[in-house]
Structures are given as structure tokens and as C-alpha cells.
Design a protein around this ligand. Structure first.
Ligand SMILES: Cc1cc2nc3c(=O)[nH]c(=O)nc-3n(C[C@H](O)[C@H](O)[C@H](O)COP(=O)(O)OP(=O)(O)OC[C@H]3O[C@@H](n4cnc5c(N)ncnc54)[C@H](O)[C@@H]3O)c2cc1C
Length: 285
């Protein structure tokens, strides 16, 4: 199908982009890599009157070291996340996960800010940002504000962005030494979306799990933390058996969707299996 008519502007600075978006009101939309928005426009599931193309704003690209955290520009692509030296050094979970998103052609265009702003619960990076306790930095005419990942994904395809706000970057705390990580993704084909995925971060100490964090993809309307599994893993022996037992709680309290790929009970079983694998890998056992 052909998209409806819309006006288009490609600002040269963030200030210009913020002004254009504010002037456009509720009928204006940001476009970055276009990988999610273009299909929606073509299907006429989105019909903005104005598209504000932020693709030329180089100030929103790249990764900066801020000491305890890294700042990742919203326009940084999945392709760049796989290779960035700072990401590889401090936040390997992001690089590993980016390598499992879609195919090379999509990864070259798809931006981190785009996948987070789209807030699809099948997206991989939202879950990763949740377990890493990332903070979204957004800009509007009123200035900047930061939103913790835990409060950013409000509902299906609904981020906590107000009209007129642009996600400019993501501030991600460095987990520090001693943390292992793993993203386990189950998909119908290698380049497809996750039917379910689990992200794990584990800090080991003296043969035990000192801290564990688990996130789940496509197990509800928003990315989830598997709190019961985290609690069961924390303090457990760092062994496959103990972590498998903890992962039995991964689906507690979840209401996953039913679709052509999987029923809810199958998704819950996948969550338990993938969490066990992710925890074991992250713990190095
Ligand atoms: C074939 C295919 C396979 C895919 N497979 C996967 C997969 O396996 N895993 C996965 O996670 N994703 C997958 N995706 C989705 C892909 O990751 C997203 O489409 C992409 O990351 C979105 O980024 P974008 O820059 O293209 O955003 P756009 O499409 O330009 O924008 C998406 C939405 O976010 C808004 N937006 C974008 N940037 C900002 C910003 N800075 N501030 C405020 N709002 C903004 C737009 O208004 C729009 O609503 C796939 C996509 C395709 C086409």
C-alpha cells in the first residue's frame, strides 16, 4: 500500500528538531532508521501529518564514556553496537544481543533509540536495557529529563514519551568487574524476532551467585524482569542444577501472548528453559 500524504522535514540540529516536533503537535512523528515506522506508514497503521527526520543529527550518534556509565546516542545503530570498543569493553551484553537482531541490512539502519521508542515487547534491546538499569534521556522544548528503563515501557507499543519529546540517548551503568552475561533468544529462523528470549547478568563470588538479574522478551505487553527467578538464583550455588531450579520461577506471574508461533504455556516453558541457559552461561558454569 502507498502511505498517506505527510510533510517532511530534515533538521540540521537537535534544537531545530525539537522545535519542528513541538510545532507539529500530536500529528508529528520522529523518523530515525525507518525500519519499524516505514512498514506502519505503508500499511496506514500510522498516518502522521509531519515526519521529522532526525537521521542527520550526528550529535545523537556514538558512544561516550561518562565514568560509571556509558552514554549511547539514540541514533547509534545495532551494527555499530556490535563493534563499538567501549560497548565491547563494558557492556558486552548489548553487543552480544545486537548481533542477534534481524539481519545485517536491518542492523545497519535500525537505531537503538528507534527500537526503544517503538516499545515492541518482541524487541530485544528493551529487555537488555531493563536488566542493565538503563536510563532514557529525552529532550523537549521544556528541557531534558531522564526516565528509568523500568518506567519507560508503559504498554504494548507505548513508551513513556510525551508528544514533542525526542529520545536523545541512553545512559547505561557499567556493571563493573565480575559480572557475566548472556542473551538467549528462541526464534523460528535465525533472523526472526524472538518468540521468547531471556537476558541474564550474574555476579559470582566464592562459588555462589552474589547477584542475578533476569529479563524476558515477548512474555507480556512490555519487557519484564523475572524477579522470582532472580531471588531464587541470588545466594544459590553457582552450578547448573541450582540455576536450573531457580529458572523454574522465570515464568511466575507472567501472562504471555498467544499467536501463530506459540501458545502462552509454551512461551512459559521457553522462558524457564532459556533463563536456565542464560543464567548458566552468565555464571560461567
Ligand atoms: C525485517 C525486520 C526484522 C526485525 N527483526 C528484529 C529482531 O529480531 N529484534 C528486534 O529487536 N527488532 C527487530 N526489528 C525491528 C528493528 O530493530 C526496529 O525496526 C528498529 O530498531 C527501529 O529503529 P529505527 O531507527 O528504524 O526506528 P524508526 O522505524 O525510524 O522509528 C520507530 C518508532 O520510534 C520512534 N522514534 C525513533 N527514534 C526516536 C527518537 N530518537 N525519539 C523519539 N521517537 C523515536 C518513531 O517515531 C517510531 O514511532 C526488525 C525489523 C525488520 C524490518
Amino acid at each position: 500500500m502507498i502511505p498517506g500524504n505527510f510533510d517532511y522535514t530534515r533538521p540540521q540540529s537537535l534544537d531545530e528538531a525539537v522545535a519542528a516536533l513541538a510545532d507539529g503537535g500530536d500529528d508529528a512523528k520522529v523518523i530515525a532508521g525507518g525500519q519499524s515506522l516505514m512498514p506502519l506508514l505503508r500499511l496506514r497503521l500510522a498516518y502522521p501529518e509531519l515526519l521529522v527526520d532526525i537521521g542527520g543529527l550526528n550529535e545523537l550518534r556514538g558512544v561516550r564514556d561518562e565514568g560509571d556509565s556509558l552514554w549511547i546516542g539514540a541514533l547509534t545503530t545495532h551494527y555499530e553496537l556490535i563493534r563499538d570498543p567501549l560497548i565491547l569493553e563494558h557492556l558486552g551484553l548489548i553487543a552480544q544481543t545486537a548481533g542477534k537482531v534481524a539481519d545485517p541490512a536491518v542492523r545497519h539502519r535500525a537505531s537503538l533509540g528507534g527500537v526503544l521508542s517503538h516499545a515492541d515487547p518482541a524487541g530485544d534491546m528493551p529487555t537488555v536495557m531493563l536488566v542493565l538499569d538503563a536510563r532514557m534521556v529525552v529532550r523537549s522544548r521544556d528541557g531534558d529529563r531522564e526516565i528509568p528503563a523500568g518506567g519507560f515501557f508503559l504498554d504494548y507499543l507505548t513508551p513513556a514519551l510525551e508528544p514533542g519529546e525526542i529520545l536523545t540517548g541512553i545512559r547505561v551503568p557499567k556493571p563493573g568487574p565480575g559480572w557475566g552475561f548472556r542473551y538467549e533468544k528462541f526464534q523460528a529462523t535465525k533472523q526472526a524476532w524472538a518468540i521468547v528470549a531471556a537476558a541474564a547478568l550474574v555476579r559470582r563470588s566464592d562459588g555462589q551467585v552474589a547477584e542475578a538479574r533476569v529479563g524476558l522478551t515477548n512474555m507480556g505487553a512490555v519487557p519484564l524482569r523475572a524477579r522470582a527467578a532472580e531471588e531464587a538464583a541470588t545466594g544459590a550455588e553457582a552450578s547448573r542444577g541450582a540455576l536450573r531450579a531457580a529458572a523454574e520461577h522465570a515464568a511466575d506471574g507472567t501472562s504471555p501472548p498467544s499467536d501463530l508461533n506459540a501458545r502462552p504455556d509454551y512461551r512459559q516453558q521457553l522462558a524457564r528453559v532459556l533463563t536456565a541457559r542464560a543464567l548458566a552461561h552468565a555464571a560461567g558454569v
